[in-house]
Design a protein around this ligand. Structure first.
Ligand code: ADP
Ligand code: MG
Length: 363
């Protein structure tokens, strides 16, 4: 008895994918099947470029096994990456062509927000995504410093639109490109909302899977303005393990909840310190508070980034650790975090029934 379309759907409804751990039919990872006698070709939509090779291989294996045991003689799985995104209300469509905006935020400064934003952007790039990085920290833009000299500087088009700089294949815009330190005060005034709106609407991002947005620290008017102006898919929160930082990140989480932006997870940065000489492990800023807080708040714990002088050096010298030490434990963790964050977006999108797209993207 040869398989029918309906039978294939039924069988695949019993298969879960190894990334989201969800039913591949319900979560629209299964797109279509082509049946030719006993041979079945299955088209699958991979929801994020950061879906890893082992995940893809395991997904293929599960589909092959399920269909083979139902009588298929030959199963071909054809994967296609289709980055899913959260449709945003149209009044927020300030960034056409940008599928997902991921805010990187913290309650206070100095906890490693910009470090995480930069390395997360590079990790997503390494996974094959098209990535932009927006340094929206109007109080202390530091991305230009962290990325060093661009391959191509930011520019303007004939009609006065802003073209992002290119750094290591990332499209980058910093509020620091347009203000000097003395002018930073301009961002604090009552005009900040209008200034940001104007600035943001003038950037030509082009087609991006993910735009990482390095948010200013704190939970004041500027942060609220930004959260409302940019169609943020979700926020990644960064904290250090000590109490003062944890208390502030709780306020940050509350702010995003107030404006209905999902929290994609929490990272504990500057977690442990392993002495490179003697191997002694020290918890300089305490340890484990991030994990505990995530559990208490019901948000995903994305991982710990240890204290390491190579990270500090990378931030100062314009060569982030993803590039200076791509085989390091740190780089591995950023790659894992990139996968987890984008899978969390995919889970948010695909757990909803299909909605009409926010924008049409040609690619
Ligand atoms: N895990 C880490 N190990 C060592 N230094 C770090 C680490 N994370 C951040 N830093 C350093 O700490 C400083 C503050 O980090 P930064 O990312 O600028 O924080 P924020 O953006 O939250 O103000 C920078 O000099 C950075 O290089
Ligand atoms: Mg910063």
């Amino acid at each position: 008895m040869s398989l029918t379309q309906q039978r294939v759907r039924e069988i695949l409804g019993g298969v879960s994918d190894p990334g989201l751990d969800k039913d591949i039919v319900k979560y629209r990872i299964f797109r279509s099947a082509e049946i030719d006698g006993d041979a079945v070709l299955v088209n699958v939509d991979i929801p994020t470029p950061a879906y890893t090779e082992p995940m893809r291989a395991e997904l293929r294996k599960r589909i092959e096994e399920a269909l083979t045991s139902a009588g298929a003689s030959e199963v071909t799985v054809v994967p296609k990456v289709v980055t899913v995104y959260l449709p945003a209300p149209s009044e927020k469509a300030l960034l056409p062509g940008v599928r997902n905006v991921i805010a990187v935020a913290a309650g206070k400064g100095g906890v490693g927000k910009s470090t995480v934003a930069t390395n997360l952007a590079l990790a997503l790039r390494d996974h094959g995504a098209k990535v932009g990085l927006l340094d929206a920290d109007v109080f202390g833009p530091s991305i230009p410093q962290m990325l060093g000299e661009p391959e191509k500087p930011a520019g303007t088009t004939e009609d006065q639109k802003i073209v992002p700089a290119i750094h290591y294949g990332l499209r980058v815009i910093s509020v620091g490109f347009f203000t000097n330190k003395a002018e930073a005060v301009v961002w604090r005034g009552p005009m900040v909302h209008r200034l940001l709106q104007q600035f943001l609407s003038e950037v030509m991002w082009g087609d991006l899977d993910y735009l990482i947005c390095d948010m200013p620290p704190g939970t004041g008017d500027v942060q609220l303005s930004l959260s409302q102006l940019i169609p943020i898919s979700g926020a990644v929160m960064v904290t250090t393990p000590q109490e003062v930082s944890l208390i502030d990140v709780v306020k940050g989480i509350a702010m995003f909840e107030k404006v209905e932006i999902p929290i994609l997870g929490l990272i504990e940065n500057m977690s442990t310190y392993t002495c490179p000489k003697c191997g002694n492990v020290d918890h300089i800023f305490s340890h484990g508070g991030g994990k505990r807080l995530a559990k208490e708040s019901g948000i995903d714990f994305l991982g710990e980034i240890p204290l390491d002088s190579r990270i500090r050096y990378g931030g100062d010298s314009g060569v982030p650790i993803m590039l200076s030490a791509p085989d390091s434990e740190h780089a591995r963790r950023f790659l894992e975090i990139a996968t987890a964050v984008t899978l969390n977006i995919a889970d948010l999108v695909l757990s909803q029934p299909k909605r009409s797209p926010r924008l049409s993207i040609i690619s």
